[in-house]
Design a protein around this ligand. Structure first.
Ligand code: ZN
Length: 160
């Protein structure tokens, strides 16, 4: 069966940041499961999956726009340390959560002062090109329930 809208795809991937050090590898765990056609994976990856069948392996390079988006330089903020979840002084490079009036946001610490920290609230992979090595493990028809929920069910997907 070919990957098309409303098929459920399970796959293994190796992810490499283009020109950087970030790596992910799914091969230690279950394959990842997603419902095709509902943006369950990055747009650039989903587009490359179309038409593939179980057993196919391929490499796709995804631009920042088709991955986690471009960096927003206005996403840098100075916040009081007491507004960080945990309230402790972090180190440069540390990932922290910032309490805002309405929600918690993830951020990376870029500078630490006495009472404040400068944080970058861009996604850590914003502005990065990504290279994926993909192995399609299985392709099946989605159930009506999965289509209604707009995600895949089972190990590697949503479990509820
Ligand atoms: Zn569901």
């Amino acid at each position: 069966m070919q990957i098309a809208n409303n098929t459920v795809v399970s796959f293994h991937y190796k992810l490499e940041e283009v020109g950087g050090d970030y790596r992910e590898d799914s091969s230690d765990g279950d394959p990842v499961l997603y419902l095709h056609g509902h943006r369950g994976v990055l747009p650039g990856l989903e587009d490359a999956m179309k038409g593939k069948v179980a057993g196919d392996t391929f490499t796709v390079q995804v631009s920042p726009e088709e991955a986690y988006g471009l960096r927003n330089e206005e996403a840098m903020q100075r916040v009081p340390i007491k507004h960080l979840v945990g309230g402790k002084k972090p180190a440069v490079g540390e990932l922290v959560m910032v309490n805002t009036e309405t929600r918690k946001i993830n951020a990376t610490v870029v500078k630490v002062g006495r009472h404040t920290v400068d944080v970058d609230t861009n996604h850590p992979l914003a502005g990065k090109g990504l290279k994926f090595d993909i192995e399609v493990v299985d392709v099946r028809e989605a159930t009506m329930e999965e289509v209604a929920h707009r995600h895949a069910h089972g190990p590697g997907g949503h479990q509820h």
